[in-house]
Design a protein around this ligand. Structure first.
Ligand SMILES: [Zn+2]
Length: 165
């Protein structure tokens, strides 16, 4: 049993006030004051091991913040139902050819493009360059109109162009 005196010590948002007569997890439970105005009971070990840093308001806030951020990121990357983050991201690291939308297929190279949730096959080619070219043309065709409507997203598109040479 730990009788260590932690009165007035700060642990995150909590300040230990006084020990209670409760024992939890083999350690003394302390009455703490949280910066948000709440009081709570926390076992001493949870305080010193930094397991508990607030009355619960901290994790509530960060959870809320996370949800907000996720929603924002999603709203930002979805324009007209198009996942812009896919359009402007680098080639898939798992891609076997290093070129987005081109994969080896029975000794040849198959080109495809995913646009607004649909996958379009663009044919099979002897050379990866040709498959990449087909993919580039499909990008220009499918995304051209899209970027005309959303010129602010064109910046990211330029980087894709570079990758296809
Ligand atoms: Zn609190």
């Amino acid at each position: 049993m730990n009788l260590k005196d932690i009165a007035n010590r700060r642990f995150g948002r909590l300040v230990a006030i006084r020990p209670t007569d409760q024992i939890r997890h083999h350690t003394r439970v302390w009455l703490c004051h949280c910066d948000c105005g709440n009081a709570c009971l926390v076992p001493l070990n949870d305080l010193t091991n930094k397991i508990v840093r607030s009355c619960g308001c901290l994790s509530r806030e960060s959870r809320k913040e996370k949800v907000k951020m996720l929603r924002k990121a999603r709203e930002k990357s979805l324009v007209d139902g198009t996942d812009v983050s896919v359009l402007i991201s680098a080639p898939d690291k798992r891609s076997q050819t290093g070129v987005r939308g081109v994969c080896p297929d029975r000794g040849k190279y198959r080109a495809y493009i995913t646009f607004q949730g649909k996958r379009h096959y663009l044919g099979r080619y002897e050379k990866p360059e040709d498959a990449a070219k087909a993919r580039q043309q499909a990008e220009d065709r499918l995304w051209g109109e899209f970027f005309e409507k959303h010129p602010e997203l064109k910046e990211g598109k330029k980087d894709i162009g570079k990758k296809f040479g």
